[in-house]
Design a protein around this ligand. Structure first.
Ligand code: SF4
Length: 296
């Protein structure tokens, strides 16, 4: 039978969860068995609140019960959200993520010549989001993604869809410029992308377009070729993020993701522009958009 959590235990649990949050851990999982064990502990006269705070060694049975009590009010639903998920304004939420990132030194790219962190730009409520690989030289100088030659081409692609750059949200897998425009390493992508996942969960787009293989493979956790990845939609949920919660009344629970060529690749091989346009047309259809007559 569901039980209400003892206020003392609730407080102690909140302190423990806050401690994990400080270390960047936000996801917790419940073991359904725990409720029965917790009840039997209480039947034995063991005070679960005191036991949790005492720090004394405990039996595995007691520890299991205290770590994951099953209760009527789900404390994990409230406390285990990322900090930005506790505010409903996406502008403020993105600001919280940016502040959390700070002067980031989490991966090797922080000491390889970056001038600044390139966070992301655009409408925080955009229906359409573009995700590239990482900042280049121009982006590193200006602090904004896709502002160089590849950015100009991306702007043209967006215009061809009948919308403006300001109406979409643009970000990259890694937020610091890899030296010499090399591809970001796998561990750099893995370290940086959780921040992108959090941005995606705030923006809540209807469709994400992954630009190039690095973005596609990181977002989809797949290592297929571009030829295999393009031409279809994937169901996407940002990894490690609780998408379904009641803070902002949103019922967003993921979106569609399409893959197309990175604009930098299209500059090197313009013959593929037609293929990229097919990908964008597929996205437009999904979003119910019509291209302007003068688009191409
Ligand atoms: Fe931090 Fe991302 Fe820059 Fe690496 S690339 S230092 S994880 S902001």
């Amino acid at each position: 039978m569901p039980r209400t959590l003892d206020p003392e235990l609730r407080r102690a649990l909140a302190v423990r969860i806050h401690y994990y949050n400080e270390m960047g851990i936000y996801d917790f999982y419940r073991r359904p068995l725990a409720a029965e064990v917790l009840i039997s502990l209480e039947e034995e006269g063991i005070d679960s609140g005191q036991a949790l705070e005492s720090g004394e060694p405990m039996s595995p049975r007691k520890a299991a019960a205290l770590a994951v009590p099953v209760v009527e009010e789900n404390i994990f639903e409230v406390i285990a959200l990322k900090p930005e998920q506790k505010v409903s304004d996406p502008v403020k939420a993105l600001k919280i993520i940016r502040e959390d990132l700070g002067d980031c030194t989490r991966c090797a790219l922080h000491k390889q010549g970056r001038k600044q962190i390139v966070f992301g730009v655009g409408d925080p409520k955009a229906e359409l989001m573009f995700v590239g690989e990482g900042p280049g030289a121009d982006e590193d100088i200006q602090g904004e993604p896709f502002v160089g030659r590849a950015g100009q081409l991306l702007n043209n692609m967006i215009k061809a869809m009948g919308i403006e750059r300001e109406q979409v949200y643009i970000a990259n897998i890694v937020k610091c410029r890899p030296p010499g425009n090399r591809q970001p390493e796998r561990d750099e992508c893995d370290t940086c992308s959780p921040f992108l996942m959090r941005q995606i969960a705030v923006v809540k787009p209807k469709v994400i377009v992954a630009l190039g293989a690095t973005a596609a493979k990181t977002l989809l956790a797949m290592s297929s070729s571009m030829m295999q990845l393009r031409g279809r939609f994937y169901d996407f949920k940002p990894a490690g993020i609780r998408t379904h919660h009641h803070i902002d009344d949103s019922d967003w629970d993921g979106c569609k993701l399409a893959v197309t060529y990175h604009p930098a690749f299209l500059l090197r091989d313009p013959r593929q522009k037609g293929e990229a346009w097919k990908d964008l047309q597929m996205v437009m259809k999904e979003l119910g958009m019509k291209a302007p007559k003068t688009s191409r």
